[in-house]
Design a protein around this ligand. Structure first.
Ligand SMILES: C[S@@+](CC[C@H](N)C(=O)[O-])C[C@H]1O[C@@H](n2cnc3c(N)ncnc32)[C@H](O)[C@@H]1O
Length: 298
């Protein structure tokens, strides 16, 4: 009988990744369904369904520190309760190397986000370490482009794909604030883009992707994670160069082991690190934010 068991490199060793090096971001506390964090000089309170434990700090401390709080009024709706003066936009930076800062313009958006997922910085230095001017990187579901800027800061050839034009314009501003240029922008459905690259026989040394639970491409293409993720992985696997890698994150609730199994199906024998992307708070909690795999093509 052939051995059909999946070669689990990581039976007992799921990883927890934390960003290292932030000066302009800090998770001050979390609990009771919320997170208290500092972005530059501004402290914000946002809903955090994963924070099911009790807060470390008193509610009065949260209220005293917070300049604004996002108040949800539906599953995807809500408004900001502004308590201190908050500018229309403000800037923070992350030191990707001793000589280069990545700059991000932030603002209070209608969907509780501010233009950055700070835990992703745990990937940015890993990406920068793998990239160089002769390498090609593709960033799918790329949002405001932390991973794109990290790769571009090494001189790599970078393609940035997101469905929303305004988000791409926002990333372009971040690129310019960071003193970088030359990123290739695509406002397109991520799966459609990848399928076209397969037909064109393109190859990338690194693909970064952060597929949401659901989304819409610019031509109304419906993205539903549970329906399309397998297809996206199969297609993306075809455009990774030999020895290349994939960084795949999701905030959708899929477990790291599920992501690992999906990748082992398309690339038996690949090297995978799987685990959680986390933030640690000043009050000692570990806040899990999403599932992550780093996969190296065999
Ligand atoms: C969770 S965010 C990604 C965050 C990103 N990893 C970062 O660090 O900034 C998901 C992004 O996917 C984009 N998106 C949603 N549906 C899409 C689709 N069908 N094709 C391409 N992008 C899509 C959204 O516009 C959003 O910017």
């Amino acid at each position: 009988m052939p051995d059909t068991t999946i070669p689990m490199s990581s039976k007992n060793d799921l990883t927890r990744w934390f960003p290292d090096g932030w000066r302009d971001h800090e998770l001050l506390d979390s609990g009771d369904g919320s997170r208290l964090e500092r972005f530059g000089d501004l402290v914000l309170i946002r809903p955090e369904p994963k924070a099911i434990w009790a807060r470390g700090l008193a509610e009065a401390d949260w209220s005293r520190m917070a300049a604004a709080q996002f108040v949800p009024t539906g599953r995807t709706k809500g408004h900001w309760d502004i308590r201190q003066s908050v500018p229309d936009s403000w800037e923070i930076c992350f030191p990707i190397s001793p000589k280069q800062n990545l700059h991000f313009s932030l603002e209070l958006t209608r969907f509780k986000h501010v233009g950055i997922f700070p835990e992703q910085a745990a990937n940015w230095r890993w990406i920068a370490d793998r990239m160089s001017p002769e390498k090609r990187m593709l960033n799918l579901f790329a949002y405001t482009g932390g991973a794109s800027l990290a790769a571009r800061s090494t001189g790599a050839d970078v393609t940035h794909v997101d469905a929303i034009k305004q988000v791409v314009t926002w990333t372009r501003m971040n690129m310019e604030l960071s003193g970088l240029d030359g990123i290739r922008w695509c406002v397109e459905d991520a799966l459609r883009f990848v399928e076209r690259e397969v037909r064109r026989d393109k190859a990338y040394d690194l693909i970064v992707m952060d597929p949401p639970s659901w989304g819409l491409g610019p031509k109304g293409e419906k993205w539903k994670l549970e329906e399309k993720l397998g297809l996206l992985i199969q297609s993306a696997a075809k455009i990774v160069a030999p020895g290349g890698a994939v960084v795949m994150n999701t905030y959708s609730g899929l477990s790291p082991s599920s992501l690992e199994n999906l990748w082992r199906t398309v690339w038996p024998g690949c090297r995978i690190e799987a685990g959680e992307l986390c933030l640690s708070s000043g009050t000692g909690q570990v806040l899990p934010t999403g599932s992550l795999v780093r996969v190296v093509r065999p």
